[in-house]
Design a protein around this ligand. Sequence first.
Ligand code: NAD
Length: 480
Amino acid sequence: MANITEAEIRKIVENIIKGASASKKTEWTSTEYGGRKLVGVYSDMNEAIDAAERGYKAVRAMTVEQREKIITEIRRLTREEAQIMAEIGVSETGMGRVDHKRLKHLLVADKTPGTEDIVSEAKTGDSGLTLTEMAPFGVVGAITPSTNPSETVICNSIGMIAAGNGVVFNPHPNAICTSNYAVDLVNRASALAGGPEVLVCSMDKPTLDSAAVMQSHPKIKLLVCTGGPGVVKAVLSSGKKAIGAGAGNPPVIVDDTADIKKAGKDIIDGCTFDNNLPCIAEKEVFAFANIADELIAEMQKNGAYLITKEQADKLAPIVLPEKTGKNGKTVKAVSRDCVGRDADVLLAKIGISVGKDVRCIICETGFDHDFVQHELMMPILPIVRVGNIEEAIELAVKAEHGNRHTAHMHSKNIDHLSAFAKAVETTIFVKNAPSYAGIGFGGEGHTTFTIAGPTGEGITSARSFTRKRRCVMADSFRII
Ligand code: NAD
């Protein structure tokens, strides 16, 4: 055997050291990451609001160009640290997929509008010039979900800062470390770009009580809430201006003019994105009976696992157990141990063992099945056979439950497409593509992780977080 050289020994030692440090897990909490204190995290909501107000005053004193520099730096750090946030997000919540969460962060970095979204209007006429400008609200109180935690914090921060606001977050308690990592990222970006050290703020232990303090605090001028029906209702009853981005249960219709091969792939790709956590993801399918077998076969080619009706009935009470509601009535609520979990993990709960190549569980059900009626947020997709477009639209609209959030359709019949779009009245309607095309991923248009259906702002962006102000110069300032 040839003698080993000194250079080779050095290389081997270097590799061992590199391997050892790579395998050393970075420690994180809601206030620290790898021994570094996270900036902008407070124990008291009143202190957090005061700090956010100082951030707001600093932003107000800046030029738009300076604000945009901070946003550019947020985008850069988000791209660089997307993998870290994706890993913490999955590790902390137990939900979703690291590879997809990384893509969601890149989408936020690249396609969340900045200051260019803020535009002024001028109206001139015989009576002079009237200017309308999009002004900041002041300090925004934002409530964020566990399903897209850091994505929402960064997306909200970019838009709210672009609009000139300060922000205090009361993030979801189950995703507090991930959310606070993002808060710290925004503050690091601010400092690097010459802005204040603390621009956006959060809590080390957010609770319903800290949310209540935020909702009633006189310094909070706008509430922005991204979450389920309970929290949206709470902020809309606060007496303050509120933007509510609530729950969805997006139906998909597939008719017999669709490209079935593409529909099968698109639906599974959209439904399994981050294990179905996005509120826009496909949640139930209404398929024309004459193409249903072919559609199911295409789905199976794309990583779907078909279970029987009996198996679906066995899985339903596991993912949707009964519990006693506030009024003492029995209700079914999604099991937090099942939301956002991999398909093979869910199948194992009913004794079916498959590999990680299975991305989605599909099953044929009736319209009344729990899988159709409840927003599951996990890769389980029920398929209901329908006889014609009228039946498809009627059932899909009912399954959407009036959320007016998101709906999808695969069809080449423009009459069918138009009829469903009109009937369902959703904020987002995606035709012949995976659901994520609706938030700018493989589709035109900007992105957001706060889709405000109930209050009407829609695909929110910087301008959604502004108030319009008018300035009138009577009888002059025209140049014609
Ligand atoms: P969730 O409703 O459990 O919690 C959202 C946030 O609200 C958390 O920070 C939680 O602590 C807080 N909260 C809950 N009840 C509250 C109350 N009464 N007062 C004050 N704060 C309260 O949401 P989740 O499970 O993390 O997210 C999933 C839900 O959010 C789904 O229904 C999904 O469709 C929806 N969602 C909607 C959008 C959108 O853009 N429309 C985006 C993401 C998630």
